[in-house]
Design a protein around this ligand. Structure first.
Ligand SMILES: Nc1ncnc2c1ncn2[C@@H]1O[C@H](COP(=O)(O)OP(=O)(O)OP(=O)(O)O)[C@@H](O)[C@H]1O
Length: 555
C-alpha cells in the first residue's frame, strides 16, 4: 500500500473512532437528560400528591376540597342526575404561592376578643388585576374544630416553606414625603397586610435627611429579613444607597460594591415614585405590600457614582445638564408646592437653556444577540455634534470619548417609569439586563429640545432626533471642560443655546440630579454600572414581556 493510501486509511479509522465516541457521548447525554426528566416528574408528582382532602362549604354549596403542596382546588359536590350523566364542572383553584395568610374563622359576639365556635378556615391571597395585585379571601366553612385545625395547621406548615417571605422587617417612613401622607399610607394600607401575614416590624419615622442612612449604618441587621422604605424617590434613593453601603462596610470592601443580603421593599408615597413604578409596574401601596409579604424578589441593576476616586453614592439614575439644573432651581424654591415648584423650574431652566461643554467618555457594552438596545434602534447609534471623537484605553477597557456641547446627559440602570413617562425615561433598558442606558442630547435649538422632551410623555420617538445619541454602557465618565459650571448668579436673560456655554469661576460645583436628589460635584464624575446589585421586592410583568420579545428576537 502506498504511503498516501495508508495515511488515508488511518484518517478514515480516526474519523470512525471519533464518530463512535460522539455517538456514545450523545447516548450518554440523552440518558442523563431522560434521568433528569424522570427525577423532575417524580418531584412534580410528589408536590401534586394530595396532602389533605375534605368537604367544606364555599358559599352555600358543599365542595370536595383537595390540598397538594402547591395548590388548593375545590369542586362542587353535585348529586347524580336521574339519567346517570355526570355534569362536568371546572374546579376552582388557588396556588399556595399566592396565599399570604391563613386564619381559623370563629363566630364571636360583638366585643368578644377570643374563643367562639369554629366556622372553618379563611385563606388570604392575592389576585392579579393587570399589573396590580389585590387582596382576596377564600372562605372554607366546616364547623368541625378538629377538621378545621388539621387544615389550618397543614396550610400554615406549607406556607412556612416559602423561604423568601419575610418574618421581621426594618421599616423607614418619611413623614414629610410629597403630601405628608406616608404615615397614613403605611397605617391604612400596609400595616394591616403585614399583621395578617404575621410579619413583625421595627419602625423608624425619619426626622431629617440622612436619618435613615445613619440608622442603617449602625443598626444590627442580622435579625431582619428585609428593609422597607415608605416615601418618595428621595427616600428610596437614600435607603438603596444605605443598604448597599452597609453591605460594603460589613464586607470591608472599600473598592468593590457588595451585594446586600437584605432585600428592599418600596412602598410608594411620593409624587413620581420612579423606582416603585419600575419594579412593580404600577404605583400602588397595596401591590407593593403584597409583593413584600409574598416574598417576590427581583435583582435590580444599580450604578455607583464617584468623583476623584471617592464614592459619591449608589443609585439608579443620574442627570447632568438640564435635569441637574432644573432640580437645582426647584430646590431653591422649596417654599412652593412641589408640582408648582417643578413646573417653575422646568420653564425657567428652558428659558435659560445652555449647553454644557464637557468631555463625555463611555464604555459601550458589547452588542450581543440578546441585547436589543441597538438592534431595535440602529439609527440612534451615531455621533452627534463633536469637536473631537476618538477611542482611548484604560487598562483593558476601551473608552469611547466625545468632546462637545451637551444640553443633557442621562445615565439610567432601570427604565425609570413614572405616571409622566409611561414608557420610562430609558425605555430600552431593563431592571437587570446587563447594561445601563446613556442618553446624550447634543446642542440644538430650544424648540427642538422641547420637542424631544415632550415625546417622553407620549409613547415613543424621543430618540429620533439627529442631536440625540443613546448607548448601552457599562461605565460613563463626564469631565466638564474649563469648569463650566453652575452658580447662583446665572444670568436671568434668555440666550441662544447654540453658541454660549456658561463659563463659571473656578471651584463652582455642577448640579447633578441623582435619583431625584440634588448632588453638587465640582469635578469629573465616573458612573459604573453594577449588575444586579440589589434585591427589591416586586415583579413587573412588563419586564417578562420584554424578556420574551428579546428571546424571540435573539433566536
Ligand atoms: N422628617 C423629615 N423631614 C425632612 N426631610 C426628610 C425627613 N425624613 C427624610 N427626609 C428626606 O426628605 C427627602 C425627600 O424625600 P422623598 O423623596 O420621600 O419626598 P419628596 O421629595 O416629597 O417625594 P418625591 O421625590 O416623590 O416628590 C429625602 O432625601 C429624605 O432623606
Amino acid at each position: 500500500m502506498s504511503e498516501p493510501e495508508e495515511k488515508l486509511q488511518g484518517e478514515q479509522r480516526d474519523s470512525t473512532k471519533k464518530k463512535k465516541k460522539e455517538k456514545r457521548s450523545g447516548k450518554k447525554k440523552k440518558k442523563e437528560k431522560k434521568e433528569q426528566e424522570e427525577e423532575q416528574q417524580v418531584e412534580e408528582d410528589e408536590s401534586e400528591c394530595v396532602v389533605l382532602r375534605g368537604i367544606f362549604k364555599l358559599g352555600k354549596k358543599s365542595h370536595d376540597v383537595l390540598l397538594t403542596r402547591t395548590r388548593l382546588t375545590w369542586t362542587p359536590i353535585t348529586p347524580e342526575t336521574p339519567t346517570g350523566e355526570a355534569c362536568v364542572v371546572q374546579p376552582g383553584v388557588v396556588l399556595l404561592q399566592d396565599v399570604y395568610a391563613v386564619k381559623v374563622k370563629r363566630r364571636r359576639a360583638i366585643g368578644q376578643q377570643s374563643g367562639g365556635a369554629v366556622l372553618g378556615v379563611a385563606l388570604f391571597c392575592c389576585k392579579k388585576r393587570g399589573k396590580r395585585l389585590e387582596e382576596d379571601t377564600l372562605h372554607l366553612h366546616n364547623a368541625s374544630s378538629e377538621h378545621t385545625h388539621t387544615w389550618y395547621n397543614t396550610l400554615k406548615e406549607l406556607l412556612a416553606g416559602f423561604s423568601s417571605r419575610p418574618r421581621y422587617l426594618k421599616v423607614f417612613i418619611n413623614p414629610s414625603s410629597h403630601k405628608k401622607e406616608a404615615v397614613h399610607i403605611y397605617r391604612d394600607h400596609v400595616a394591616p397586610l403585614f399583621k395578617m401575614a404575621d410579619v413583625r416590624t421595627d419602625i423608624t419615622v425619619t426626622e431629617r435627611k440622612g436619618h435613615a442612612l445613619s440608622v442603617m449604618k449602625e443598626c444590627k441587621l442580622d435579625e431582619y429579613d428585609g428593609v422597607v422604605c415608605v416615601g418618595g424617590d428621595g427616600s428610596v434613593a437614600e435607603l438603596c444607597h444605605a443598604v448597599v453601603l452597609r453591605a460594603q462596610l460589613d464586607a470591608d470592601s472599600p473598592e468593590k460594591p457588595v451585594k446586600p443580603v437584605l432585600p428592599l421593599g418600596i412602598i410608594p408615597a411620593g409624587s413620581t415614585d420612579v423606582v416603585s413604578c419600575s419594579v412593580h409596574g404600577v404605583r400602588d401601596p397595596v401591590t407593593a405590600a403584597l409583593h413584600i409579604v409574598l416574598g417576590h424578589l427581583q435583582q435590580v441593576d444599580m450604578c455607583s457614582f464617584s468623583s476623584l476616586g471617592q464614592l459619591v453614592r449608589f443609585g439608579f439614575s443620574a442627570m447632568f445638564g438640564f435635569g441637574g439644573r432644573s432640580l437645582a432651581l426647584a430646590e431653591k424654591k422649596r417654599w412652593m408646592p412641589s408640582s408648582r415648584r417643578r413646573e417653575y423650574a422646568l420653564v425657567k431652566t428652558l428659558a435659560r437653556l445652555r449647553p454644557e461643554d464637557c468631555q463625555l467618555s463611555f464604555l459601550p457594552v458589547k452588542i450581543s444577540k440578546k441585547n436589543l438596545f441597538e438592534q431595535r434602534f440602529p439609527s440612534l447609534y451615531f455621533c452627534m455634534v463633536t469637536h473631537f471623537c476618538g477611542v482611548g484605553t484604560e487598562g483593558e477597557e476601551s473608552w469611547t470619548t466625545n468632546q462637545g456641547l451637551y444640553l443633557s446627559i442621562s445615565i439610567m440602570s432601570i427604565p425609570c417609569l413614572s405616571p409622566h413617562t409611561p414608557q420610562g425615561l430609558a425605555p430600552n433598558t431593563r431592571l437587570a439586563n446587563g447594561s445601563a442606558a446613556l442618553i446624550a442630547v447634543g446642542n440644538t435649538s430650544r424648540s427642538e429640545f422641547v420637542k424631544h422632551l415632550k415625546r417622553y410623555s407620549s409613547s415613543s420617538g424621543q430618540f429620533s432626533f439627529s442631536f440625540v445619541e443613546t448607548h448601552a454602557v457599562s461605565a460613563v465618565r463626564i469631565r466638564p471642560r474649563a469648569l463650566t459650571g453652575w452658580s447662583e448668579e446665572e444670568s436671568e436673560e434668555d440666550g441662544d443655546s447654540k453658541t454660549s456655554p456658561i463659563i463659571q469661576s473656578e471651584g463652582a460645583a455642577f448640579p447633578w440630579n441623582i435619583d431625584g436628589e440634588l448632588v453638587e460635584i465640582a469635578n469629573e464624575v465616573i458612573i459604573r454600572y453594577e449588575h444586579q446589585l440589589i434585591y427589591i421586592y416586586g415583579h413587573n410583568p412588563q419586564e417578562m414581556k420584554w424578556c420574551t420579545v428579546n428571546l424571540v428576537h435573539s433566536v
